[in-house]
Design a protein around this ligand. Sequence first.
Ligand code: NAP
Ligand code: ZN
Ligand code: ZN
Length: 346
Amino acid sequence: MLTVNAYAAPSATEPLVPTTIERRDLGPHDVLIDIRFSGICHSDIHTARSEWGPTTYPIVVGHEIAGVVREVGPEVTKFAVGDRVGVGCMVDSCRECDNCRKGLEQYCLKGNIGTYGAVGRDGQPTQGGYSQAIVVVDDFVLRIPDGIELDAAAPLLCAGITTYSPLRHWNAGPGKRVAVVGMGGLGHMAVKLAHAMGAEVTVLSQSLKKQEDGLRLGADHYFATSDEETFTRLAGSFDLIVNTVSAKIDLDAYLRLLAVDGTLVNVGAPEEPLSVAAFSLIPARRSFAGSMIGGIAETQEMLDFCAEKGIGAEIEVIGAEKINEAYERVLASDVRYRFVIDASTF
Ligand code: NAP
Ligand code: ZN
Ligand code: ZN
């Protein structure tokens, strides 16, 4: 067992505090990773605060992990000491079901094993990336290409793949009009990725405060959803809308912005149920869909794509003592555009 420093949420209502956790001894296929940077995803906040249902405390969240291999188990051939690697939202799955066999481990029929808040194959609760080191089985470790700095790479492991996967699935590319709702962690990655795929990109943000950034990151157009005129002006004009908003929004208003056969894919995961009027879908054969992170092979494909296109996240690196403050800023939509914790401060 290895004891490492970490930050944990003791309960749904208390701030995160420094603690220590144990990492398991290396099994034959395990990789011990020295974490260098850990991104703060809004899902960490939902989980730390039991917004998606009861969380088991104390919990160490964090599933945007970038680091360097310290040690490998005797049967690991894919990774060696010193390799730059990442871990995202899953650390294992059954690997046998139809979905796992198709590379859709995130949709494992037995449930994927989350990086935190799940129970690992060893029967122990999984604890995430707000820590100095982690042990993960080799098949769920990703290679971070040399072209991407580790701090800017960390958010790709969740925000990057969560937006890359639906953009690819719904064929974002030349000739496709893609709208991104919400320009936070996921949203800003969606803008960069959709632009790099060749789509025409529009940001739909609550205000125009981040317009300049949006256009710099690759958006062609930027509108404020606080302006009623936006919804009349853009009616029927998108092939794909990626909704990254962490709160409940009026989906019907956004569905009306889709062209015939358009899809609104929800990646935002608010705690309240979302509602959709049948007549927002029927008149233009529209679809309302959801999407969860991406498979392991697809995550590697995304990292390679980002390296090729020179894409990383826009980040603000913080020390661990600033985590609680950062949470408040994320909740206030005051993140530009992902907080990343320097793991040397845990
Ligand atoms: P984030 O950084 O907080 O970004 C969310 C953005 O949504 C905000 O920056 C803001 O953008 C907008 N927003 C927030 N509250 C709003 C409101 N009340 N009305 C309208 N817009 C609002 O969060 P994130 O880390 O990108 O995560 C976004 C959501 O995706 C979370 O619910 C998270 O749990 C979920 N998630 C899902 C998956 C998946 O696999 N499906 C993976 C990761 C995260 P503007 O200021 O531009 O309006
Ligand atoms: Zn996440
Ligand atoms: Zn499976």
